[in-house]
Each structure stands twice: as C-alpha cells, then as structure tokens.
Design a protein around this ligand. Structure first.
Ligand code: EPZ
Length: 437
C-alpha cells in the first residue's frame, strides 16, 4: 500500500496547473449512457475514480477508450449496446458516485440494477432523494439484496414521464441523476431546490450539446423538456475547483508564492473570500490565482454550505490552515455528519482541535511536528498533506489510495513547486498479523 513521505518547511514557489474536475467528469461519463453515439470528453483528470467509472461502463457493455497522452486527457465512450444495465456492489462499494448511472440507465434502457452504495467514512450518504425523484418521473423502484432495481412502466410506453420534483434537501448527484433521467422523459420536468454546483452546470452543458433541452442548470430551479433521443457530442470538462483551493491553501500555509493556473476563479469566490478573512493575499486573473503567503494568518470561523457557499470538500484543507492561524477558529460542518476524521490525525501532529458534534474548535498557532498518519478519505488525505508541508520533520501518510481517487499526480505537482515529497511502497516490513489485528 503506497505511502507519501513529506519533509516540511519549504515555502512553495512557482506555477501549478489544475486538472479537470473529477466531480464534473463522473456525471459526464454517466451521461454517455443516454445515447448510442460516441461522446468525447476532454480534460479528464487521471485519477482512480475515473478508472473505476471506465470499468463500470465497460461492464455494462459500453466501449470506453481512456487516454492520457501529453496533449489530451480524453475519453471516448460509446454505449451503443448496453447488455447489462447494472452497477455491481464490487464497483459501487469503491465509489458511491456509481449511483449516477441509475437515472441514465432507466431512462435509456427502461431498467437499471444498481447496488446501494452503503456508507462511507464521511457519513451514511443515502440515495433516498435520487429514488424519490425517479419515482416522481414514473420509475418503479424496488430494493432488495442490497440493490436498487428501477424500471419504467410498460403501461406507460416504457418511458419516464416529465413531472414536478422538489428535492427535500439539496443533493449534488441527486440533482445530476434526475437531470439525466429527465432529458429522455416524455414531457417537461421542473426540478426545484436543485444543487447549484458548477459541476451540475457542466453536466447540463454536455447534455444540451447532446440535444437535450435544459434551462436553469446552476440555479435552484431547472426545467427540462424531454426528447426522444440524444446524439453524441464533444465536451471539455471544467477545471477542478477543489484541487485549485487545495493548492491555494498549500501556497498560503507554507509562506510561499504559487501561481495556481488553469483554474476558474469564478468557482472559487467563497473560498477566496474566507481565505482573505484569514489574511491570505491573492491576485486573481481570468484563469489563475496567485497566492502570496507572506502575511501572518489570523483565525476565522467557517460554515460549510451548499454552493455558492464554502464547499464541504474544502473543510479539511481549511482546518489544516487554521492550525497555523493566530487565534481560535470554529469550523461547522453542515453537509456531512462525520467529516472530521482528519482532526485526530492533525492533533497527533501537534494541532489543538476539540470536536463537539458538528463543530471543530481549532486553537491555532501550534507548531506541527512530523508523524506517521493515516488517510481516511479523499479530502482528509489532502488535509494531512497540507499539514505535512509545514510540519517539522518527515511525515509518513499511509493509505494514500484515498488521495489518488481525486488528485492527479499530486506528488509531481507539489515537487514542481519545491515540496520535498516522495511516494514509497511499504516502508515497514510486513508485521505478522497478530490475533488482535
Ligand atoms: C457530491 O456528493 C460530491 N461527489 C461530494 O464530493 C461532495 O462532498 C458532495 O456532493 C457535497 O458537495 C460527487 O459529486 C461525485 P450530496 P453527493 O448528495 O452528491 C444527503 C469529494 O470529496 N443526502 O450533495 O453524494 C447526504 O447524506 C466528494 O469529491 C441524502 O440525505 O452529496 C449529505 O448529508 C465527497 N439523501 C447531503 O445530502 C440523498 O438521496 C449532501 O449530499 C442524497 C444526499
């Protein structure tokens, strides 16, 4: 199992280039199931979740080419025939966003069998809102043996039908799942209380390029006029705003001067505003953010919210920053019920953090010292990398496969701006499994 070894203390200097957004690429790959023609997606990030999605689509019978040549990070997906509109537990348990195939499959094939995702490190993460939405569109849903089976009603022409849907709470992939299903429904669908994340708007841009008729994506009300068929298209995935935010914090935390290039600052407003509150200096251009870490950091409270609020996917990284800020920051996690797994690992490095339910109280200004730490989920891993960049000594981060799910070549990118970081295999001899383990 790979580990990252990071020696802290170097200010990061130079330019880092942002990859395509994993959370836009995943729904866009699922959207290819809606047509029997090829869909070409560019600026695909080379991360583990993309490979998992490739396997998922190929297992259904889609042809999926995936190439990361120097010039292009591109995938071509052709779901001409879908022999098995299913998503197995084996794959879904490694990536819960596999449930994004539910809507497209039932809309395109009239049936879908998708494993329930089960929980994950950051929370229960049910898909009840996906299911309720699809039932509003006329899908017949049963759940047994850990699987969701969705079918259209033969008495209604074996097709979903447009409807009014109001989400009980804002859900990103729930909005995306239903949006995809509605494109082939008979009639108009009006979805309210939708997620407004940029990744939803990016998916809608692809779907409209495929011939869908969607208005309002990126706002809380989305209208979809169903069409009989969608055709192929070519689409470039938006830059990853969470990767960009992570590197901006890396530049600030290490007292460096980093140009975060190839990002979309319009997606970073809440992040940049909060960082400005802590004293982080940035200068913003059309497709880049330069961060200058030459100012002392000051504490600032944080509430994670749905977009356009401060994203939950940046909470762990922000917590790492506040451990070095003068004063006390209160971080409230409003989206997921268990997203402080990184806190105890930061405490082992010397941070002063108390968890009270959904709140973390960070008393900053505590020097961090290197330690052997454990990554628990994608963004918690990023938080540990950030802490290691300023810790005294050499930090060893285990289970970095979590990090590889969503960050492309993170060690090369960090090395490129002066970090002392290397990836190693098992550096401790395998211990004989004792009965206690
Ligand atoms: C998406 O997950 C992202 N993943 C997550 O990013 C991100 O943290 C999350 O949105 C919130 O922004 C992808 O886009 C692939 P939700 P998603 O449905 O859609 C509850 C990362 O690090 N809920 O918006 O699964 C849910 O439990 C990942 O890149 C229901 O109760 O999140 C949560 O508390 C982690 N029922 C809240 O809503 C449902 O049917 C928001 O979840 C669906 C969700």
């Amino acid at each position: 199992m790979d580990k990252l070894v990071i020696r802290g203390g170097n200010p990061l200097l130079g330019t880092v280039r942002i990859s395509g957004a994993k959370n836009a690429a995943l729904p866009c790959m699922a959207a290819a199931l809606l047509t029997d023609e090829p869909v070409i997606l560019e600026n695909i990030p080379q991360v583990r979740d993309i490979e998992t999605t490739r396997k998922l689509l190929a297992a259904m019978g889609a042809e999926v080419e995936l190439g990361y040549g120097r010039a292009h990070h591109r995938t071509t997906i052709c779901a001409h025939t879908l022999a098995a509109p299913e998503a197995s537990y084996e794959l879904v348990k490694t990536m819960r966003s596999s449930t994004l195939v539910l809507g497209p499959l039932v809309a395109r094939c009239g049936r879908a069998r998708v494993s329930l995702p089960g929980g994950c490190a950051i929370g229960a993460r049910p898909i009840d809102l996906h299911i309720k939405g699809l039932e509003r569109l006329g899908a017949k849903i049963t759940q047994e043996h850990g699987y969701v089976e969705a079918t259209t009603d033969p008495l209604k022409g074996d097709r979903l039908r447009g409807a009014e849907v109001v989400f009980d709470r804002i859900t990103v992939t729930g909005t995306e799942d239903l949006l995809m299903a509605a494109t082939l429904a008979d009639g108009e669908t009006v979805m309210q209380n939708c997620a407004r994340e940029p990744e939803v708007a990016d998916l809608a841009a692809l779907l409209n390029a495929m011939g869908a008729k969607i208005q309002g994506a990126g706002t809380s009300t989305i209208r979809v006029k169903g069409v009989a068929k969608l055709h192929g298209a070519r689409h470039r995935i938006i830059p990853d705003r969470i990767e960009a935010g992570t590197f901006i914090i890396a530049g600030a935390l290490t007292g460096g001067d980093v140009n975060v290039a190839g990002c979309d600052p319009a997606h970073l407003t809440a992040i940049l505003q909060k960082l400005a509150e802590t004293g982080v200096k940035t200068s913003v251009k059309a497709d880049s953010v330069r961060v200058m870490g030459d100012q002392p950091l000051a504490a600032a409270d944080l509430n994670t919210e749905e977009y356009p609020g401060f994203p939950t996917d940046m909470q762990a990284q922000y917590m790492a920053l506040t451990t070095q800020a003068a004063g006390t920051s209160i971080i409230t996690e409003n989206i997921f019920e268990n997203r402080f797994m990184h806190a105890q690992e930061l405490v082992r490095m010397g941070a002063n953090i108390k968890i009270e339910g959904r709140r973390a109280i960070v008393r900053g200004g505590t020097p961090l010292s290197a330690a052997a730490v454990l990554a628990s989920d994608l963004r918690a891993s990023a938080s540990l990398v950030l802490a290691a960049l300023v810790a005294d000594g050499e930090t060893i981060i285990d289970r970095v496969y979590h990090l590889d799910r969503g960050y492309e070549n993170i060690e090369e990118k960090l090395k490129g701006v002066g970090a002392e970081i290397r990836r190693v295999g098992n550096i401790f001899p395998k211990r004989a499994a004792s009965p206690a383990q």
